[in-house]
Design a protein around this ligand. Structure first.
Ligand code: C2O
Length: 535
């Protein structure tokens, strides 16, 4: 196995999009940031040097960080942030993982522009479980605000209103041609007739699930969140923030130029955003008239398209890549996922929306939970996170309860080493039902079932897929419905779980699991590196 070394300088760079330039936080001046290339089982060392005047931390989204929680990255969960002028080396091994992941800033809203791809190739000499592509391309979908992104959320928190939606979506950093603003050259994918391409598609947007489509071409999904899937063909990719999808593209149309587009998928009536990012696919050596074949995109609220895509995903479950879904579980948990209200003096209505799991709105600690855990520092968190709603209710009813206040707390849910967990994530109708892409750090989980309405343990668990459920790290809880996941708590440490819509995380839709050490020689959290930042 190799050691892959990278240097990430956090710097302010002037970046121009939509005909306006703003000082933008970036890594090495790039937006999107540099791609990390490695092979399964390689060790990655990323030296992050903070040259800006605010705190930073970087998360390697989907990297399991087996026993190396210190390198996971969420600020105040596994580390104190890297302060201005300071350096921290993230040191981790890509144990048993191959595919596409992403890295991103994990503090405030800095991941808007501080993000990039992680490409993990199979071990040397190990083939893909699909025909070798002619070429591979990373395709990062994102969002762009003309204004300072921190100001967008600060203003929303101050007024109690929803934050402004972005001014554009982007494909590899570019919105594509925009009226009133001459194109700054959108992304173009050059292809050769008859060849196959592996597209590593990443949703790095802050707040939006996206549809992705290429005119005239179908895509064959082969991997999501760095786990192989049974190949399936689709016209549209549906991808939530934090998710990745690798798909094969056969360049079999022969000539011309085709439009590629990313547009929002939103089933909530509250936010309205119809902006589409475009790019092109161009057959090399063929005439490219300016006209491109238009692709018809699903409408913003095309829930059936999203459901159809999600339900088609299955683990590859082959001899080489067996599906390791736990068949029995030690913990059977149900977390409601939804909104509530809190008093707010500066807010226009005297109230602000908060978000919660099981009615607990997470308060960020002032010291990293992992440090408090490792060094036995009391008073930082409590381990009484509720495994079920205190009083069960009709979760998806649209009749609003009179009391929408949530509890505050820095609570974790404790798991014994190697115990198995079944977790049902249940959306609620409080304020508004909405799709929530929930991301769990430190583990891959198996998505064993989903449905609309209230989860019914008797009826619904009979239909769980315990044969080839898809394995991933981020899953959408359907609007007005539920999703059930299972995982094995074989990674000691403190592991964040939160909604990957950044606005919901800010509102408190986050919690952490604490996994105790096991008794065996390789079953405990490693000690922290000497350069671990201090608070
Ligand atoms: Cu990709 Cu905790 O986030």
């Amino acid at each position: 196995c190799d050691i892959r070394e990278y240097k990430f300088n956090v710097v302010m760079s002037n970046i121009t999009r939509l005909c306006s330039t703003k000082p933008t936080p970036t890594i090495n001046g790039l937006f999107p940031g540099p791609t990390i290339y490695a092979r399964e089982d390689d060790t990655v060392l990323v030296k992050v040097v903070n040259h800006v005047n605010y705190n930073i931390s970087i998360h390697w989204h989907g990297v399991r960080q087996l026993r190396t929680g210190w390198a996971d990255g969420p600020a105040y969960i596994t580390q104190c942030p890297i302060q201005p002028g300071q350096t921290y080396v993230y040191n981790f091994t890509l144990t048993g993982q191959r595919g596409t992941l992403l890295w991103h800033a994990h503090i405030l809203w800095l991941r808007a522009t501080i993000h990039g791809a992680i490409v993990i190739l199979p071990k040397l000499g190990v083939p893909y479980p699909f025909a070798n592509p002619h070429k591979e391309e990373v395709i990062i979908l994102g969002e762009w605000w003309k204004s300072d992104v921190e100001e967008v959320i600060n203003e929303a928190m101050f007024t109690g209103l929803a934050p402004n939606v972005s001014d554009a979506h982007t494909i590899n950093g570019h919105p594509g041609p925009v009226s009133n603003c001459l194109s700054q050259g959108g992304f173009n994918l050059a292809v050769v007739k008859g060849k196959t391409y592996l597209l590593r598609i990443i949703n790095a947007a802050l707040n939006e699930d996206l549809f992705f489509k290429i005119a005239g071409h179908k895509l064959t999904v082969v991997e999501v969140d760095a786990a192989y899937t049974k190949p399936f063909q689709t016209e549209t990719i549906v991808i939530a923030p934090g998710q990745t999808t690798s798909a094969l593209l056969s360049a079999d149309l022969g000539s011309g130029k085709f439009l590629m587009a990313a547009s929002p998928f939103m089933d909530s009536p509250i936010t309205v955003d119809n902006i589409t990012a475009t790019a092109t696919l161009h057959y090399s050596g063929t005439q490219s008239s300016t006209a491109t074949t238009l692709t018809s995109l699903p409408p913003r609220n095309a829930t059936p398209v999203a459901e159809n895509f999600t339900d088609s995903l299955r683990s590859l479950n082959s001899q080489n890549y067996p599906c390791k879904v736990p068949l029995v579980t030690d913990h059977s948990l149900l977390f409601t996922v939804g909104f509530g209200l809190e008093d707010c003096k500066t807010c226009i209505k005297g109230l602000r929306v908060v978000a919660d799991f099981n009615n607990v709105t997470f308060s960020m600690p002032e010291m990293a939970l992992l440090q408090a855990h490792f060094f036995n520092i009391s008073g930082v968190f409590t381990d009484d996170f509720p495994g079920h709603p205190k009083i069960p209710y009709n979760y998806t009813s649209i009749v609003q309860p009179t009391n929408m206040r949530t509890m505050k707390g820095t609570r974790v849910y404790r798991l014994a080493y190697n115990s198995t967990v079944q977790l049902v994530l249940q959306d609620t109708g409080m304020l508004v039902p909405e799709t929530h892409p929930i991301h769990l750090h430190g583990f891959n989980f198996f998505v064993i079932g989903n449905g609309l309405g209230n989860f019914d343990p008797q009826k619904d668990s009979k239909n769980f897929n315990l044969v080839d459920p898809v394995e991933r790290n981020t899953i959408g809880v359907p609007s007005g419905g539920w999703v059930a996941i299972r995982f094995r708590a074989d990674n000691p440490g403190v592991w964040f779980m939160h909604c990957h819509l950044e606005v919901h995380t800010t509102w408190g839709l986050k919690m952490a699991f604490l996994v105790d050490n096991g008794k065996g020689p390789n079953e405990s959290l490693l000690p922290p590196p000497s350069d671990l930042p201090k608070c």
